[in-house]
Design a protein around this ligand. Sequence first.
Ligand SMILES: Cc1cc2nc3c(=O)[nH]c(=O)nc-3n(C[C@H](O)[C@H](O)[C@H](O)COP(=O)(O)O)c2cc1C
Ligand code: SF4
Length: 524
Amino acid sequence: MRVFVSRDMASVALGADDVARAFVDAGCNVVRTGSRGLFSIEPLVEVETDEGRIGFGPVGPGDVAAILDGTHAARLGRVEALPFFASQQRFTFARCGITDPLSLADYAAHGGWQGLAAARAQSPQAVIDAVKASGLRGRGGAGFPTGIKWQTVLDAPGAEKYIVCNADEGDSGTFADRMLMEGDPFCLIEGMAIAAHAVGAGHGYIYIRSEYPYCITTMRAAIDASAHLVAPFVLEVREGAGAYVCGEETALLDSIEGKRGQVRAKPPLPALQGLFGQPTVINNVLSLAAVPFVLAQGADAYAAVGFGKSRGTMPVQLAGNVKHGGLYEIGFGITLGELVNDIGGGTASGRPVRAVQVGGPLGAYFPPSMFHLPFDYEAFTAAGGLIGHAGITLFDDSVDMAHMARFAMEFCAVESCGKCTPCRIGSTRGVEIMDRIIGARDAAPSGAGGAVGGYLDKALYSRSPARIDTSLDAQTALLRDLADTMKYGSLCALGGFTPYPVLSALDHFPEDFGASAPLKEAAE
Ligand SMILES: Cc1cc2nc3c(=O)[nH]c(=O)nc-3n(C[C@H](O)[C@H](O)[C@H](O)COP(=O)(O)O)c2cc1C
Ligand code: SF4
């Protein structure tokens, strides 16, 4: 009997290896797949039957007998038919959770390499035209049109050109890059080989964070297994060393070159002078992994899905205090509320959702009153936020939003590469302001500043309290001023976007800062 068990790190962390071993011991033919993407049913076991693959989950190693005779209480039926999966539009993650990630035969049997074959039958310009027509935009955060980036590299003179895949995946609450690389690594390799054909690159690098050791092993094995299929294009994996800023494209290039990862000033654009000074395509995992679909199914099929200028699908990642955390791939346009409440099922704690942060540590916090927002680059920008890498982190009503704002400043201070002053110094000053605000709030619930104690003691440091106006009005004015300086004066988005979580927390949750409710109504 054939049984499918995920080998994805999230499933393994929940006990999938023990479950797989128990089925092997029971004489089953166990196929290790990627994860389907719904963590509340992991470890998930699927048993091959005449009715299709029947899922059971979550299960433990002691459940083998009950699963094999079909009587186990966690019988889910056909996994594809579960509402979480039936309502998705899986373009990029179509194979994830279904195939054996390292089986070339499985990959080919499920449509693999068709995009590369179609690309190689066309001129580089025709491939780039297809990517442009698909409307694909970079999934790493900035949403820059992928086809235009590739065009710049194709047109740039250069003795050597490179394809670099950004798999640093530093955003909190995100895991789609890891899931794709562990669950369908040939898809990324195919996307990179298509990019190489399109721009004339001979060498590619996949920069993976060191916190993903299992992913690194899987990618290296997949590169070895498929080297003959993508030749003369040559690929290798480079390991990051744990700095958030190394996800920024120019710091990443420095890191691959063996230097300390520090942001480079632009221009020159990496597309013109990137890795080792040569024209370089640098794209996120999901941008590159979307390309095989575009070439195999046609640009129109991809562009037919979506909302406004956000075409195609987005693999959304639901995390934090969420009931049904996981990966949900869907066309742009679904509302934030549908994702949080209908798909995610609200909080795991069962308490009301108070805030969601969208787009990682540099993303804005949104209250439920903004859940009507459609998932769309432009709509989120207009609402003072960003989609980023599409991580959505839920918080229930026990969250203290002033502390979250402080955390954003602290995160920036810790992760700053130090190259520019607004970020390096501004983030530290920002932590101090937040300490004063929290200190004043805790010392004087009315919001009137002046009392010294706790956080405030720390925030005043060596200065005399008498010389600082610690009133909420004075400190929030200072905070907004600082946020402006960081937003417009920083060299990259680490310093430039840190104001988003800070100011969204202040604007949407002023009561946590010691302000009164009318401010909140004004902000909404
Ligand atoms: C501080 C910082 C961290 C970033 N981290 C990542 C990351 O982990 N992964 C990623 O793909 N892009 C990250 N980016 C965005 C990249 O700089 C770049 O926009 C992206 O790799 C371009 O690929 P795309 O066009 O396919 O999105 C980060 C940017 C900044 C400023
Ligand atoms: S904003 Fe921060 S991380 Fe970016 S270049 Fe300036 S100091 Fe470095």
